[in-house]
Design a protein around this ligand. Sequence first.
Ligand SMILES: Cc1ncc(COP(=O)(O)O)c(C=O)c1O
Length: 401
Amino acid sequence: MIDMARVSADTPGAAHRVFLNSAGSSLPPTPVLDTVIAHLRREAEIGGYEALDERAADLEAGYGVFAELLGCRPDQVAFTDSATRSWLAAFEAVPLTAGDRILVGELEYGGNAIPLLMRARAVGASVEVVPSDGDGSFAPDALAAMLDERVKVVSVVQVPTNGGVVAADVRRISDAAHSVGALVLLDACQAVGQLAVDAEALDVDVLTGTGRKWLRGPRGTGFLVVRDRAKAVLRPKLADLQGGTWTGAESYALRDDARVYELWENDTATRLGLIAAARYLLELGVEAVEEAVTRRGAHLRSALAEVDGVTVHDLGTRKCGLVTFSVDGAEAGEVQAALAARDVAVSITRRSSTLYDMDRRGLTELVRASPHYFVGEAQLDAAVGVVAEVAAGARGRAARA
Ligand SMILES: Cc1ncc(COP(=O)(O)O)c(C=O)c1O
C-alpha cells in the first residue's frame, strides 16, 4: 500500500491540481527537488568540480541503485540525459550491413522509428513491422514467424506512449529473438516508475528509460542498461574522456562497462536528483506503485468509458496507468484546454508519435491522461466530470448545427 499521507506531503503541486501527465513529465517529490537545488547551491558556493568531488560516492552508489531497480549489475548501467539518448547510444552501436533486418512492433515510438529508418536507409537494411496480436499487443508468435538469421535487432516498446497496453510477453520475444542471434532493445521509457521492470527476468539485451516521467526524476536525465550479450556485439560510436582513455598518439582504450556510453560533461545536480528519485521509488516499493498506478488507470478508464460521447482507445489485455481517449465533436486541444482551465493537466498524443498504430486505427490525435499514485480517486472523478461537460457541450453544438 502506498502511504498517501507521505506522498501527498512530498508532492505539494498535486494538492491544487489534478495532475494527469506523468507520462509526459511528472511532479518530482520534494526529496528529489531538494537534492537538485542543494547541489546547485553547493556548486555556486565552491565550484562545480569541487561539489562533484563531495558527492562522488553518492554518484557511484547510484549505479547500484539502478541495478537494484532494473534487475541488472551496476557495471551494466549508464546515465544519460534522456531515454532517446540512451536508445541512440545503443542502437547506433549495433553493427548493421546491407540486407540486415530490424523488426519493430506496431506500437514503436516515433523517436526510435526515425533513427531506425535513417540508419536502415544508410546501410541498406530493412525495418519491418511485426503485426500485433488480436488485442493489440506485441505478438511473440508473429515475431517468431518473421525471424531468420538476417534479423539483427528486435525493438520492443514495453509501454507505448499511447494505447495503455503493456507488452504482454517480453520474455518470449527475447527467447525468440535470441534463437536467431538478434538483440532485443527494450524501450522501457513509459514502464520504469509505474511497473516493476526486471532486465534479467525479461532477458532483454538493452533497456532504456527516462527520469522525468513515471520515475518522477528531473528533466534531462535518462538511463541505459547494456547486458552481456549486447556488450559482446555493440561497437560504441561516441566516446570521450568518460568512455575512454587517450593512451598514445594513435591509440585509445575504451571502458569495459556500460559507462563507455556516457559523456564526460553532465549535470551533476539532476543526476543526483535522478538517483534520489529511484531511491524514493524503491522506498515506496515498486510492486505497491505498480498496483496503485494500474488501479488508478483502470478507474479512470472505466469512468471515462461511461461518459456519453467519450471513446477510450486503449489496447491490450494488460493495461497500465496511461489512458487515451477522444470526445465526439471536440478536438483534443479543446479537451486539454477545458481541463487546464479547471486545473486538470493532460497531454495530447499525435500521429507522429506512434504512426504505425495510429494509421492502422485511423486516428490522428488522442487525449492522454496518466495518473500517478499521488492522484486520488476523487481527483480522477473530478477530471471525468470536466470531460463530461466538454462532451455535453460538443453534443449541444452538434445539435444546434
Ligand atoms: C515510449 C517512449 N519511448 C521513448 C520516449 C523518449 O523519451 P525521452 O524524451 O526521455 O527521450 C518517449 C517519450 O515520450 C516514449 O513515450
